[in-house]
Design a protein around this ligand. Structure first.
Ligand SMILES: Nc1ncnc2c1ncn2[C@@H]1O[C@H](COP(=O)(O)OP(=O)(O)OP(=O)(O)O)[C@@H](O)[C@H]1O
Length: 571
């Protein structure tokens, strides 16, 4: 019974409220025009706010993407301009982490905080003006703690910037480990060392996590300090405000308004402090990116020479080389030799003696530390970069193919002057010709997809010998005047090796005048060379034809040949 009484009472109250509301509306009826106008304004404002808010988010998203694209393109461009020594000392995983990860942090933080920074600044100035208008003395009292907040923010922001730099470095190290492990997964698997690599990776991430904890602690401490300082400022301001009211130097309502402004200013200062910290964190992440962006290649700039005639004479004059990664060890020492146009010459010598280094210098992967390299009597760096690499082609010790079709890999060296049918038919013909010369046509046509077979990452879908032959085809398709072969046929069986050597340089009458330089361990393959250079511990110790060198009783070449013959006989 009691319950129904309570319900009746509630119903009565609700009816009363409704009546009051209806009455209120009735009273407002004369102002319906103004109310309608106000409602329209309200809706309009809400719509505008929503529209502008959405627009703002969209615009900043676009800004982030544009900034990111610009940064990444510039950074990638800067990488491509660096000398090869740069890549010897800066691991690819690190470079990729900078390119993909750090640039993302930079662009998103900067683009998102710029607007907030400007907004906070405008609000700060506006609020300050209003406060000064209400009471200059109170404003001064209120701002007494502000410099302290700014100083602490600055110190903490800078420290967080440094930590952020460290975290980015560590995350680049982790990328490096992941990249290296994935690239070398066969070796890792063959030693069963997956756990070891995982541990290396996780240890670095743990270090990054520890640094992030310090960063989080700093940021929390900063927040507490700012809040505390604001509280202190409010206490000072209120005590002083009460004193001013008591002495009739400020009206009570003005003090109330001032308090509201002061609270607003406090939250703006807190925003500014957070924005500063975020910008400093971005600055930390940016440091290495900017270091790479600003880095100038240490290699001598390329020249502009593009002579109509390129004969292919090579001359090393007192050339020494110290690799940037090992600046204290000499790789080549005072090497001097001359190779005439069209000659086929070979570098021989024990492993690590400096054969590839000579070839690296001719590719301009490195500049000599001293001495000069002349081609057709002109210093190698005087030639235009593209021109030089059209005239000089190289097949390296570990030929790398792209993860494209065989056709595309061989055509990599062709300058496409259009994609019309004529060009592609012409290209197809030269691709097959080059593959035939490199003794690759046979095995390529045996594949189900022929020239459209995908080679896999770094050519991983092909055997070592197949990779070498595709690389040779890619090198000779340009009809280079100088051909550098650095152990380029080492993975082939002797029959195939002989066939390629015959096709490339021993049947000279079939060839255009081409200078060929071979670095080889299998000495039987280079006996017919016009000149053989014997390199030992970075020095050129002998040179001559096979017969001349064999006649040198104490010569290193004769000794190397003897040892190889013994090995063959023993086997
Ligand atoms: N990029 C590099 N950075 C630092 N040192 C290098 C680099 N490349 C080669 N070296 C060093 O230079 C020396 C000569 O190496 P090079 O590759 O020219 O020898 P090589 O005669 O071609 O050896 P191999 O017959 O084993 O291929 C070696 O001591 C080697 O360790």
């Amino acid at each position: 019974m009691g319950r129904s009484k309570k319900q009746e009472k509630d119903v009565k109250i609700k009816r009363k409220q409704r009546r009051v509301l209806k009455r209120l509306f009735r009273y407002s009826r004369p102002d319906w025009l103004l109310i309608t106008f106000g409602t329209i304004l309200l809706l309009g404002a809400a719509l505008c706010k929503g529209f502008l808010g959405g627009f703002r988010i969209g615009i900043f998203a676009v800004c982030v993407s544009r900034l990111n694209i610009r940064l990444r393109t510039k950074l990638f461009q800067s990488y491509l301009r660096q000398e090869i020594g740069f890549f010897d000392t800066n691991e690819s995983g690190k470079l990729l982490s900078r390119l993909n990860h750090d640039t993302q942090i930079m662009s998103s933080t900067v683009a998102n905080n710029i607007a907030q920074c400007i907004g906070a600044f405008v609000k700060f100035v506006g609020t300050l003006i209003m406060m000064i208008k209400l009471s200059f003395h109170l404003t001064i009292a209120c701002l007494i703690g502000a410099p302290l907040i700014l100083i602490v923010t600055r110190i903490s922001g800078n420290a967080q910037g440094r930590i952020s730099e460290k975290v980015q470095d560590l995350s680049a190290d982790a990328s490096e480990i992941a990249e290296e492990t994935i690239q070398t997964i066969r070796t890792v698997r063959s030693f069963g060392n997956e756990d070891g690599e995982l541990k290396r990776f996780a240890d670095i991430l743990k270090q990054a996590y520890k640094a992030s904890l310090v960063q989080a602690a700093l940021s929390a401490a900063q927040k507490w300090f700012v809040e505390l300082a604001q509280l202190g400022m409010s206490v000072v301001m209120l005590s002083y405000g009460a004193y001013l009211v008591r002495n009739n130097r400020i009206a009570g309502p003005d003090l109330l308004a001032f308090v509201i402004y002061q609270l607003t200013l406090g939250s703006i200062l807190s925003d500014i402090s957070q924005i500063y910290t975020a910008l400093m964190t971005a600055a930390g992440a940016s440091q290495s990116v900017f270091d790479y962006l600003d880095r100038k290649s240490t290699q001598q700039p390329n020249g502009t020479l593009q002579p109509a005639e390129f004969r292919g004479e090579i001359e090393f004059s007192d050339v020494s080389l110290f690799y940037p990664a090992r600046p204290d060890e000499v790789a080549l020492q005072n090497v001097t030799f001359k190779i005439e146009q069209g000659q086929t010459c070979a570098f021989v010598g024990p492993s690590g003696s400096g054969k590839s280094s000579c070839i690296n210098l001719l590719e301009r992967f490195y500049d000599p530390s001293s001495g000069t390299i002349l081609i057709d009597g002109r210093e190698i760096h005087d030639y235009d970069h593209k021109y030089l690499h059209k005239k000089i082609a190289m097949v390296g010790q570990e030929p790398i193919l792209f993860n494209r079709t065989i056709k595309e890999n061989i055509a990599y060296a062709i300058d496409d002057d259009g994609d019309d049918d004529d060009t592609s038919i012409r290209n197809e013909t030269v691709i097959i010709q080059a593959a035939e010369q490199a003794n690759a046509h046979g095995f390529v046509t045996d594949f189900v997809n022929g020239y459209n077979t995908i080679c896999g990452q770094r050519g991983g879908h092909l055997s070592g010998g197949q990779k070498q032959r595709i690389s040779i085809a890619r090198a000779i398709i340009r009809k280079p005047t100088i051909l550098l072969l650095d152990e380029a046929t080492s993975a082939l069986d002797p029959v195939n090796e002989r066939l390629i050597h015959d096709a490339l340089f021993y049947n000279k009458e079939r060839q255009e005048q081409r200078t060929v330089l071979i670095s080889a361990h299998r000495l039987s393959t280079i006996e017919q060379c016009d000149k053989i250079f014997v390199i030992h511990k970075g020095q050129l110790v002998e040179q001559g034809t096979h017969e001349e060198l064999m006649n040198n009783g104490n010569g290193l070449y004769r000794e190397l040949v003897r040892r190889q013959k013994m090995d063959i006989d023993c086997n």
